[in-house]
Design a protein around this ligand. Sequence first.
Ligand code: DLL
Length: 433
Amino acid sequence: MNIRDAKYECMPREELEQLQLERLQATLNRAYKNVTFYRKMFHKSNVIPEDMQALSGLAKLPLTTQEDLRVNYPYGMFAVPLREVVRVHSSSGTTEKPVVVGYTRNDIKVWTNLVARVMTAAGVTRDDMVQITFSYGLYTGAFGFHYGAEAIGASVIPTGTGNTEKQIMIMQDYKTTALVSTPTYAITLAERMEKLGVNPKGLSLRVGLFGGEPLSEALRSEIETRLGISATDNYGLSEIIGPGVAGECEYKCGMHIFEDAFIPEIVDPLSGKQLPAGSTGELVLTTLTKEAFPMIRYRTGDITSLVYTPCNCGRTIARMAKTMGRSDDMLIIKGVNVFPSQIGAVLTAVVGAEAQYEIVVDRKGAQDLLEVHIEAAEGIFFDEMKRQKAFLEMVEKKIRSVIGVGAAVKLVAPNTIPRHERTTGRVVDKRMI
Ligand code: DLL
């Protein structure tokens, strides 16, 4: 079995919760003492860290948002003097000021071990040659996996981003066995190999660890088939630590969240209220071991759900489902929370990953109307009225069963939906216009 830290990953829940409570109390104390933002937050909610006598008490504290981090840019949320910080990274935000995060020496040690755990779960061992194609820089992806792989004893090939042909040459000559990249870059590599006449099955590559962006099941199977590897999904975010928050094991049935280091909660993206186990909503994370940059009830913006049943691999820690989009993309249609990615997933399943579509929301009187426009393409029977009708009805039924509200599905002529970069679906909410 591929488990690095069975003590923490397979702990009976009662013991795990006791450990979480003790670590939470220590984190709250540290944050209260050293971070003005948190001290004020405690005062506002009329709570002192000593009040936290049960994990259920966490829900009494307000949520922390990315906006709070921006207001405290760059070092306002640090809980240690800069002298104790040995590394800074920042989030990949492009437009506004990024979020700066810091690590003490011990934070780096803990982070390294968490990523080593994720990589072990994915099947990486000391016998692997790990090619890391993330950007070495402020982004947490490359350094996180780099240190994690070294801790396992694997050999790291720190190629960094770009230069795809050289990446492929290295993969061939250095006999890379594990690839670490974004799912998008794995497809770029597969395409370039095909162009160059390199047969991926002739390489030594056997596993791929993907993350930093969604890895849908369709994308996973495309990568697995084209590169001839086993692909796992890995989740993390800079504000919380980087990669090493959650990752899949060989069963690929949800990403195991390292609950000895983070407490996950699911909240309603609108009200911020905690939702019962099993619900879909926004993931909120609290760090339990971080010294330099503790995060208390941080809103990740990622929509997912949690399962607490033990996995076949033996781990007892919670598993998070693939993210279903960002809370800022959420639409409320007839009072129901709908994520465009849910509709996208239905269309990918019935039409294919290349389906071009548009989600149009409008209001007639007090009634919300939802339409999904799909561009006609090969295999969508544009000219055969009877088959077309049956197809549209089938898609309507599927969408209703997934999102819980009805949508009118229409076919539109090819190339009539405006494209935008990298994504195939777009949302037009006429209620806002
Ligand atoms: O992307 C950390 C990371 C690097 C994780 C490499 C895994 C592998 P940020 O740049 O702060 O950190 O971006 C974090 O990316 O809130 C999600 O919206 C998204 N994201 C990360 N991993 C996944 C994933 C890194 N496996 C933001 N599936 C997060 C879906 C993901 N979205």
